[in-house]
Ligand binder design. Structure first.
Ligand code: PRT
Ligand code: ZN
Length: 293
């Protein structure tokens, strides 16, 4: 009896950002994976209604530590934080959102040719671990000034000669009169887990990973339907990669077929143009909600 109860109440604890750039997409991937829970407004934890999962809402910087300590079994956090905090955790899967780069930038009028120009200079950053590894690899000795925020103003207030900070659109650098000179790290949000999950928790994590992968894959693909003249079917089917081969069904109108397939977002326009050139008509493109391969 006792044992049954333990199994029933056993939950996987996943830590996500409480508020900030990763919050909404983290909630979205969980919800699109069919997991229902109330969001973190004024809450530190929330239990899923339909999956043995508890969501903990934390500051992103704290997530790797909580996972290493086993307070959380898994987490969603930027790879920049994973690399900077350097905890004993496992990166399970990249999630395709929160993309950014960690870059070195200097005042736009600075005479800069290579990283060697920063020898003996001061670089302000919130990422001293990643930056010092990079400088060491490049054999450049520079002084690292660790700051916790507003890194981009460091050169204009005389605190540093250069900065090393996260960049996505580049508009913050531009607005502060800085130019990006080196990309030292590329990052996106990732699912992480502890290294010592027991059998039950590992099985739950595997289930979540399976769902995350299906959601991620569906975001990159579209379902296309079109009418094709039968004499062009061979050519059209060759253009369509799909999951296996396209579905071909005869239309009521003689000499025509309906062709269905899945295409990759990245090659989307290229494929559509080729389909049209080969006589496809009435092309419909539909988003895919989940994709299990
Ligand atoms: O409160 P908490 O500690 O949880 O949040 P935070 O303020 O430390 O982090 P937050 O919400 O700003 O970022 C969370 C994560 O989002 C980061 O760790 C990255 O993995 C990811 N991410 C993606 C970014 C950016 N893009 C980004 N552009 N994090 C920060 N920025 C900042 C950057 O520091 C700079 O100030 O945005 C500015 C640059 O943006 P652009 O578009 O002007 O180039
Ligand atoms: Zn943070």
């Amino acid at each position: 009896m006792e044992e049954d109860k333990t199994i029933q109440t056993m939950k996987l604890k996943i830590a996500i950002q409480k508020s900030g750039r990763l919050y909404e997409d983290s909630i979205k991937i969980l919800r699109e994976s069919g997991i229902e829970f109330s969001n973190g407004m004024n809450k530190l934890r929330s239990e899923a209604y339909n999956f043995p999962l508890e969501v903990l809402f934390l500051r992103d910087d704290d997530i790797p530590q909580y996972v290493e300590d086993g307070v959380a079994d898994a987490g969603i956090v930027g790879e920049n934080i994973i690399a900077e905090t350097n905890k004993k955790i496992r990166t399970v899967e990249k999630l395709g959102f929160g993309k950014c780069r960690l870059s070195i930038a200097v005042p736009k009028n600075a005479d800069y040719r290579s990283i060697k120009d920063l020898k003996g200079k001061k670089i302000a950053t919130s990422y001293p671990v990643i930056l010092s590894k990079y400088l060491k690899k490049k054999r450049v000795e520079a002084k690292i000034e660790t700051v916790s925020g507003s890194v981009e103003i460091a050169p204009s207030v005389g605190l540093a000669d250069a900065i090393c900070d996260l960049v996505s659109s580049g508009s913050t650098l531009f607005a502060n009169g800085l130019k990006e000179t080196e990309v030292i790290f590329r990052s996106e949000a990732a699912l992480i887990s502890g290294t010592k999950l027991d059998k039950e928790k590992s099985a739950l994590l595997k289930k979540i990973l399976f769902r995350f992968k299906a959601v991620k894959k569906s975001r990159h693909n579209k379902y296309v339907l079109m009418n094709a003249p039968n004499d062009k079917l061979d050519a059209i089917c060759k253009i369509l990669p799909g999951m296996k081969s396209p579905t071909v069904m005869p239309l009521a109108e003689k000499g025509w077929s309906s062709v269905h397939s899945v295409i990759d977002e990245e090659k989307f326009w290229e494929i559509i143009e080729q389909l049209k050139e080969n006589g496809a008509q009435g092309i419909l493109v539909v988003p895919i909600e989940k994709m299990i391969v």
